[in-house]
Design a protein around this ligand. Structure first.
Ligand SMILES: [Mg+2]
Length: 237
């Protein structure tokens, strides 16, 4: 029987995005002589999330996202005469430098990579994500990595998954699962693609929206056990 194919999201599923994000925004604000406060950092996080939702729903492009988050942030804080395109680029450079994994991630990947075929599926940009994965020391666990920017279509759209499926040798769609933290990109994506969706939900967030996770896990130990169960179930079928 073919090995189970496990698609894994990167940010907040394997990588500790919040930690990298905070580090990158603080450095960027300092370089642009913008006073750093908890409030502006917090608003950046919220604005960034809002911008990513716009991208996920096809309302803005990936390139525009980089500057839009600074346009919105600086406008809100009355900061004038700053080059928001440059701020976007500086932020991206700092984000690229920092790759932190969620506790237990390396051990988890180490174990499941011996049993299953692992693929990375991310809406992050390729150069940024590759450097972050490398600096986090987890890039070697994946048979291949898929980046929405290069595909020209993002999760949750079926086009993203069509591309992924056509680039995995010996793919049997009934033996593909996706694990990720985002309901709007990962789980909805799994639903659209007709594969098993596992919601990685360590913070215990409430289910909302139209996405329907097949399973929900709170951490790596639970996810590892679940993958073994799914593998057994799909093999017994
Ligand atoms: Mg994520």
């Amino acid at each position: 029987m073919d090995k189970l194919i496990v698609l894994l999201d990167a940010d907040d599923t394997l990588l500790d995005f919040a930690k990298s994000e905070k580090e990158a925004i603080v450095k960027t604000l300092k370089e642009f002589n913008v006073p750093v406060s908890d409030k502006i950092v917090q608003r950046y996080v919220e604005i960034n999330l809002h911008c990513w939702k716009l991208l996920e729903t096809g309302q803005i492009t990936r390139v525009y996202l980089d500057r839009l988050r600074f346009d919105l942030l600086f406008e809100e804080f009355g900061i004038k005469d700053k080059d928001t395109v440059a701020a976007g680029a500086t932020y991206r450079a700092h984000l690229t430098e920092s790759g932190y994994v969620i506790d237990g991630c390396v051990e988890f990947l180490d174990k499941i990579s011996k049993r299953y075929r692992l693929f990375l599926v991310t809406n992050g940009t390729q150069p940024t994500q590759i450097v972050r994965l490398k600096s986090a020391g987890i890039d070697g666990y994946f048979e291949d990595m898929f980046f929405s920017e290069q595909i020209g279509c993002a999760k949750p759209y079926a086009g993203f998954f069509d591309y992924v499926f056509s680039h995995i040798d010996g793919l049997d769609k009934s033996r593909v699962v996706l694990a990720g933290d985002s309901l709007t990109s990962d789980i909805l994506g799994a639903n659209n693609a007709g594969i098993t969706g596992i919601w990685f939900n360590p913070k215990g967030q409430t289910l909302s929206g139209t996405a329907k996770p097949d399973y929900t896990v709170r951490g790596y130990e639970e996810l590892e056990k679940l993958l073994d169960e799914i593998d057994k179930m799909k093999t017994d079928k």
